[in-house]
Write a protein that binds this ligand. Structure first.
Ligand code: M6R
Length: 366
C-alpha cells in the first residue's frame, strides 16, 4: 500500500502533483476563465460581503491559513486574521454576523478547531470548512465548505494536505477577487493558467530529491536549525521547521527573515544550518542581504532559489532550485524541498518517520 515507497510520508510527498490536480479538477476552467465551486457559488453574497475573514486551524493547517492570509488580502482585498484554534476558543473573541470564519483541517476531527467553529457559529458568523476527510466532523459542523481531495494522508507529518489546502484557498481567493472586481480578467486568466502548470512544476521540484539527500547527510547531526522566509514564504519557513521538529526531533525555528536582527541572529555560528527561502520574486534583494548577514557570522546556508539564480548561488553552501512561478503560488513549490529535507534527515537518524513519538494523526482531545 506504500506503492513501492519506504514510507507513507515519501509516497505522499510524491503524490503532490496528482493531489493538486485532483484539487482543482472540475473547479477551475482556465480555457473559459472560470472557477466553479459549489460551496462558494451557493454562498457568494455572504462571502463577498464579509467584513473580515477569520481563519482558525492548528499545526500545518494553521500554516496554510497564514499563506491564505497573504493570498486573500492580496487578491481579494478582504482583511484576514489567522488564529490558533486553541487560543481563539478560550479568549472571548470578538466575532459578528458579518465575519466569515474559515476552518482548515486535514482530518476534520481536530478538537480545538471544532470548538472554535462552535463559538463562531454561536456568534452568528458564517463558517466555511476546508477539510480533506470527506464526511468528517468539521465538514458536517460547518455551513459550507470545499474539500481538498488530496486522498488519504497516512503519515503523521502533513505534506499533501498542506499543498492542496493552499490550492483550494487560492481558488477561493481568486474567485472572490474576481467577483469583487479586485482582479482584472487578464490577471485572473493568467493565474488560472499558472495554477494549471503547478503540478508539472511540483514534479520538477521533486527532482531536487538527490540534492536534498546530500544536504540531509551533511546536517543530520545538527542540534538546531533556523528557517527563514519573507512574505508568502514566511509561513513556508514555519512549516519547514515544524516538519523537521516533528519527525527528526531536531530543534528548529521558523522566522520571517527580517526578524533575525531582533534576536535570532545571536544564535548564528558555524554550527547553525540556516535554510533560507530566497525565490526571485518577493523581496529577493532583502533576503539576499539577510543571507549576507548570516554568511558574515559563519552560518551554513541552504538556499531555496528560483532556477537560474546567480546572486544567492555565490553565497550559499547548498542550493535547491525551484521553477519560477507567480509569487502567490511559490509556497506550493518551495515547501517541497523542505518536506524532503525533514524526511531524509529523519530516515538517516533512524526515526519512525510515519509515526513520530508522542504524536497522533488527528488530535481529537485538547
Ligand atoms: O487534521 P488537522 O489538519 O486539523 O491537524 C492539525 C495538526 O494537528 C496537524 O497539521 C499537525 O500539526 C501535523 N502533524 C503537522 O505535520
Amino acid at each position: 500500500e506504500k506503492a513501492g515507497y519506504d514510507h507513507f510520508m515519501l509516497k505522499e510527498i510524491y503524490e503532490q502533483p496528482d493531489a493538486i490536480r485532483d484539487t482543482y479538477r472540475g473547479r477551475m476552467l482556465p480555457q473559459k476563465g472560470l472557477i466553479k465551486m459549489s460551496g462558494i457559488n451557493d454562498n457568494i453574497d455572504r462571502l463577498m460581503n464579509a467584513k473580515r475573514i477569520i481563519i482558525v486551524a492548528c499545526g500545518t493547517s494553521w500554516h496554510a491559513g497564514l499563506v491564505a492570509e497573504y493570498i486573500f488580502e492580496d487578491l481579494a482585498r478582504i482583511p484576514v486574521e489567522v488564529e490558533y484554534a486553541s487560543e481563539f476558543r478560550y479568549r472571548n473573541p470578538v466575532i459578528s454576523k458579518e465575519d466569515v470564519v474559515i476552518a482548515i483541517s486535514q482530518s476534520g476531527e481536530t478538537a480545538d478547531t471544532m470548538a472554535a467553529i462552535k463559538i463562531a457559529k454561536e456568534n452568528g458568523a458564517f463558517v466555511f470548512g476546508v477539510c480533506n476527510v470527506v464526511g468528517s466532523s468539521i465538514s458536517r459542523e460547518t455551513h459550507a465548505g470545499a474539500y481538498t481531495h488530496a486522498g488519504p494522508e497516512i503519515g503523521v507529518a502533513s505534506t499533501k494536505a498542506f499543498t492542496t489546502q493552499i490550492t483550494v484557498l487560492s481558488l477561493i481567493a481568486l474567485k472572490l477577487g474576481k467577483t469583487k472586481g479586485e482582479i482584472s480578467q487578464s490577471d485572473f486568466h493568467a493565474y488560472l493558467n499558472e495554477l494549471e502548470l503547478i503540478p508539472e512544476k511540483v514534479e520538477k521540484t521533486l527532482l531536487t530529491n538527490n540534492m536534498v539527500e546530500k544536504v540531509a547527510e551533511a546536517y543530520k547531526n545538527a542540534k538546531n536549525c533556523l528557517y527563514l522566509g519573507r512574505g508568502y514564504n514566511f509561513p513556508v519557513a514555519l512549516e519547514g521547521a515544524l516538519k523537521l521538529k516533528e519527525i527528526s526531533y531536531i530543534h528548529a525555528e521558523g522566522y520571517p527573515a527580517a526578524e533575525m536582527k531582533h534576536g535570532p541572529i545571536a544564535l548564528i555560528d558555524e554550527m547553525m544550518p540556516v535554510i533560507v527561502i530566497a525565490t526571485k520574486k518577493g523581496h529577493y534583494e532583502k533576503v539576499v542581504s539577510n543571507i549576507q548577514e548570516i554568511k558574515s557570522r559563519k552560518g551554513k546556508i541552504i538556499a531555496v532559489v528560483t532556477e537560474g539564480d546567480t546572486s544567492v548561488k555565490k553565497m550559499a553552501d547548498h542550493i535547491l532550485e525551484v521553477p519560477e512561478t507567480f509569487e502567490a503560488l511559490t509556497p506550493l513549490l518551495t515547501t517541497i524541498p523542505l518536506q524532503l529535507l525533514s524526511y531524509h534527515i529523519a530516515v538517516k537518524l533512524g526515526k519512525n518517520v510515519d509515526q513520530p513519538r508522542n504524536l497522533a494523526k488527528s488530535v481529537t482531545v485538547e
